[in-house]
Design a protein around this ligand. Structure first.
Ligand SMILES: [Mg+2]
Length: 171
């Protein structure tokens, strides 16, 4: 059985959208995922003063699920070994929140197939689905770059725009 490692933030969870909402509420701006993608350096100047929210209790617990992720990952789970691999250790309070979030939205995966880490270069799998180029750069299997506002300039990896696209690719 082939193994797929799946990142959480901006792959299973709409983390960027939650951050954009926080920045807009604080600054009275109207950034969207699309406009952030086109002007990421400018958005960062708005976002960086608010980066502490990532360390606050509760931030990771109520992030909306990415469109079609539940349906497609459930189907993938029947054909592949699925591991969730999240570089969560930077945010200590996120660990229990992410486990609870996974149990709520993806109960079929389970804690035995959930890996919280810092680096991901030790991950061994056939596929890695991740929005961060640095994680794909060191991956020895087939990396799929999940489209996100902050990776619009990256051309080194196969880009996937949605879970429906992943479904067509892997099922
Ligand atoms: Mg991510």
């Amino acid at each position: 059985m082939q193994r797929i490692a799946i990142d959480m933030d901006d792959v299973m969870a709409e983390t960027a959208q939650k951050i954009i909402n926080i920045v807009n509420n604080a600054n009275g701006t109207n950034w969207t995922k699309e406009s952030v993608g086109k002007n990421h350096p400018e958005f960062n100047t708005h976002y960086l003063p608010h980066r502490d929210v990532l360390f606050e209790k509760g931030f990771f617990r109520d992030i909306p699920v990415m469109a079609d992720a539940q349906e497609v990952i459930k189907k993938l789970h029947e054909k592949y070994e699925i591991f969730v691999v999240s570089a969560a250790n930077e945010f200590p309070l996120s660990l229990s929140e992410k486990l609870e979030w996974l149990e709520e939205h993806f109960p079929f995966i389970g804690w035995k197939y959930t890996v919280f880490c810092g680096h991901k270069y030790m991950v061994k799998a056939d596929y890695l689905i991740d929005d961060q180029p640095r994680n794909l750069a060191t991956f020895e299997g087939k990396g799929l770059l999940f489209d996100a506002p902050h990776n619009q300039d990256i051309t080194d990896f196969q880009r996937v725009h949605s879970w429906k696209e992943i479904e067509k690719l892997l099922l």
